[in-house]
Design a protein around this ligand. Sequence first.
Ligand SMILES: [Zn+2]
Length: 263
Amino acid sequence: MPNRNPVYEAIVLRARESPAGDRILTLMTPELGLLDAFVFGGPKSKLRSLASPYATGRAFVYLDPVKDFRKLSDFEVSDSFPALREDLDRLWAACLMAEILIKTSGGGGDYPRVFALARDTLRGLDTAPPGRAAYPIVLFCWRLVYLLGLGPDPDACVSCGESLVGGGAYSFAHEGFLCPACSSRSRGAHSQGEEARERHGPNLVLGSSALRWLDVTASLPFGEAVAIELDPSSLASLKDLAFGLARRAVESPLASFSQGAGL
Ligand SMILES: [Zn+2]
């Protein structure tokens, strides 16, 4: 018989109201990926305020085997990341992260690593100096795309295999990086090139410092990686790349982008 009172490490990704006025949480867990749990009780219930979006901690769940639903019976908060709510950029980034996780069914099957990445991202956003909220969310998107098995090879041109040390461009049509020579060839190409460009948008040019950042941060823990600063134009191009890859991974429009905000 299944355990009716499982306990999960969890991040609250979203809270919504059921038609009956109960709250339904979407949790990210290392064991099961996403799971929904009801929180009963009025708007002033203590459990509701503990288990609010982006809180992490231990979720004590009651599993009703007959009605097949989960109820949250307690939530032991380990971190509520209060600074997220003090800054619109940070909050927007946390919301984007949650939306991407929900729309990719928990970021693919490697839930323990996705969970750790999400927690690192919230921690990074919570402690980001003013104006630095882009770093954790860019790194989240970039690393999640690899966990989903959709990450491009950042070292070599996808077309000719040439090294990218001198810079390059990301091609959404080729789903990979192109060296400057192949990138300008694909820009000039007709027929298939034009049609692909219309569908996927133009190649995204990345300077050598943006590519170096991707290379250097690849072997660093999250907290150290987000501390490595970029010049504004490299950061802007990495943002376009990371958000573009996230959009493609999700395969549907992201509400976070249509709600006007952004970094
Ligand atoms: Zn090439």
